[in-house]
Design a protein around this ligand. Sequence first.
Ligand code: DGI
Ligand code: FE
Ligand code: FE
Ligand code: FE
Length: 188
Amino acid sequence: AITTNEALHEVKQHLTDVRYTHTLGVRDTALALAKQYGADESKAELAAILHDICKYHDVQTMQDIVRNKLHEPHWGEYGNELLHAPCGAYFAEHQLGVKDKDILLAIRFHTTGRAGMGLLEKVLFVADYIEPNRRFPGVEQARKLAEESLDAACCFALRQTMFLLLDRKQLIHPETVSAYNAFYKQKG
Ligand code: DGI
Ligand code: FE
Ligand code: FE
Ligand code: FE
């Protein structure tokens, strides 16, 4: 399996400096959250390092992957921003030999979330949202929530993302809605 150092070396070649700095922030935050909430720290670290590996990959190539390799064209029908998540998981599995299902799921759903997210998925989802280089209104509240409840932080991030998408008149992926509904059903 790929080591964390090999993974860092690999992702650096695919990312801008700013995006690489974000990735290091996600790694540190994912490690802290994994420790706090009892997730596997080495899985959290590798998932975090690799999560945005396809962020700057060619859109046409990624459209081709979600249609013809994953047979899940819906990823490309709700906005190009979503493609890097399932394609990142595909890249990690097929180019880097990552076999761990939890890591692959965490990368795959790091942008939309999904109903019934596992612990590692939640850790990466929240870490991506609150890592120290993130600056947006509400990030401080998200960081506070994450200290008390991983689920509360996930809910908050999903709500804020949907507000943002509505505001920008962008499509909301069904997994984003399902993830939101699942958290709120659970809370009642
Ligand atoms: O890759 P990052 O910037 O670190 O973060 P990310 O993978 O969470 O991507 C965030 C972007 O994805 C942001 O511009 C909002 C967008 N996004 C998240 N959920 C949805 C979405 N875009 C659409 N169209 N629909 C969604 O459901
Ligand atoms: Fe991302
Ligand atoms: Fe995110
Ligand atoms: Fe990210």
